[in-house]
Design a protein. Structure first.
Length: 382
């Protein structure tokens, strides 16, 4: 074989060697990668470019839709990196990735979360001005109480800003109710009652601000959805007083009527008396002038438990009433008359006492007490 033929044979062998199984496998994988092309989004997109310092500038269109100093939750999901706008008050409920290891000591997630919340609260808490009183807001224990306390405290400082961040706090309240409710009647009723107590304290501490949107939200969305009859009544009574302090007479009157509608539906005297004494105690603690309509509503609804619903000029019948007629025992009637007298409804109290004296039998063990009350009120009315 000539040298030329030998050289040509060598070239052919080398080419065959390049097409070995190993190289064939590589070519097949490359072909497979091309076939398994990623599914890219079909909708219009904008391209983000990572800077050398690791920063990303969001497109103007996106920035215009976000809040100033917007926070994002960032995570990887399969082959995608996801940015989700979040609120500051949602951070305690996120599963935060620990990016730095300060020591070999491992802290549990609850301890880390507590430290994070304490740092955040310390930054938000002003050194002067009104301060929250958390013990007032939590008369009953709650699930997730520490998280709720931190959320309420942060909301307090948002409301004492000038101007107050009312819309943001309403969103925070929604978040608290949805995320910290556990679906149990007792706990969730307590949670809603806590929110009412918190807002009542804010109105007392910052009376010069207009919190009408929050009070309307509580009266229409929060209180009606309290499942516990007792806590719904207590929340209505508290909110009635709050709206009086906030100088919202129409809303206060609406809440007052709801209170008495609830009391009117009770079929046990102790529950009726408990409700009456609670609303009267609240009204007597509010140092604001009451409208004529408001006072007349109180008078009518107290008198009806002494005189009965058949006396039309005394009665403001509630549509939600389940009872044909409610007339309490003599001793309870005397207690209501005393409440009316303390509320400076002297004429109405005297008339109610006279009607009570007319309807009770002579053998009633309290008849002398009723006669004494009539005489006493007669002297006061002169």
């Amino acid at each position: 074989m000539s040298d030329k033929q030998s050289t040509l044979s060598g070239i052919i062998k080398e080419k065959q060697s390049d097409e070995s199984p190993k190289n064939q496998s590589f070519n097949e994988n490359e072909s497979s990668t091309i076939k398994e092309k990623r599914q890219l989004p079909q909708n219009p997109v904008e391209i983000l470019k990572l800077t050398k310092s690791g920063g990303i500038t969001l497109p103007k269109l996106i920035r215009s839709q976000l809040e100033e100093k917007q926070l994002f939750a960032f995570w990887k999901e399969d082959d995608r990196y996801i940015l989700m706008p979040v609120k500051e008050y949602e951070i305690p409920d996120l599963n935060l990735l620990e990016t730095k290891k300060k020591s070999n000591k491992v802290e549990d997630s609850d301890t880390k979360a507590k430290k994070t919340r304490k740092k955040r609260t310390a930054k938000q808490k002003p050194s002067t001005g009104p301060q929250p009183e958390l013990t007032k807001y939590f008369p009953f224990p709650l699930e997730n109480q520490e998280k709720i306390q931190n959320a309420v405290e942060a909301s307090f400082y948002k409301l004492i800003e000038i101007p107050p961040k009312i819309d943001e706090v309403i969103e925070r309240i929604k978040y608290i109710i949805i995320n910290y409710g556990i679906g149990k009647t007792t706990n969730d009723s307590r949670l809603k009652h806590t929110i009412v107590l918190f807002i009542d304290d804010i109105i007392s501490k910052v009376p010069e601000q207009d919190f009408t949107p929050i009070l309307e939200y509580l009266s229409s969305k929060i209180v009606p959805n309290i499942d516990s009859t007792f806590l719904r009544e207590q929340s209505l009574i508290t909110l009635c007083g709050t709206t009086l302090k906030a100088q919202l007479p129409e809303l206060a009157l609406s809440l007052l009527r709801q209170v008495f509608a609830g009391i009117d539906s009770y079929d046990q005297e102790f529950a009726i008396m408990q409700g009456i004494k609670s609303i009267m105690k609240k009204l007597q603690s509010i140092d604001v002038p009451l409208s004529e309509d408001f006072q007349l509503t109180v008078q009518k609804n107290l008198s009806k438990f002494i005189i009965g619903k058949s006396k039309e000029r005394f009665i403001e019948v509630s549509e939600s009433s389940n009872n044909e007629q409610i007339i309490l025992s003599t001793d309870n009637c005397l207690e209501i008359i005393e409440l009316m007298q303390n509320f400076q409804m002297i004429d109405a109290a005297m008339e109610a006492a006279q009607k009570l004296l007319e309807r009770i039998p002579p053998e009633d063990i309290h008849i002398e007490d009723v006669r004494a009350k009539v005489n006493s009120l007669r002297k006061h009315s002169r």
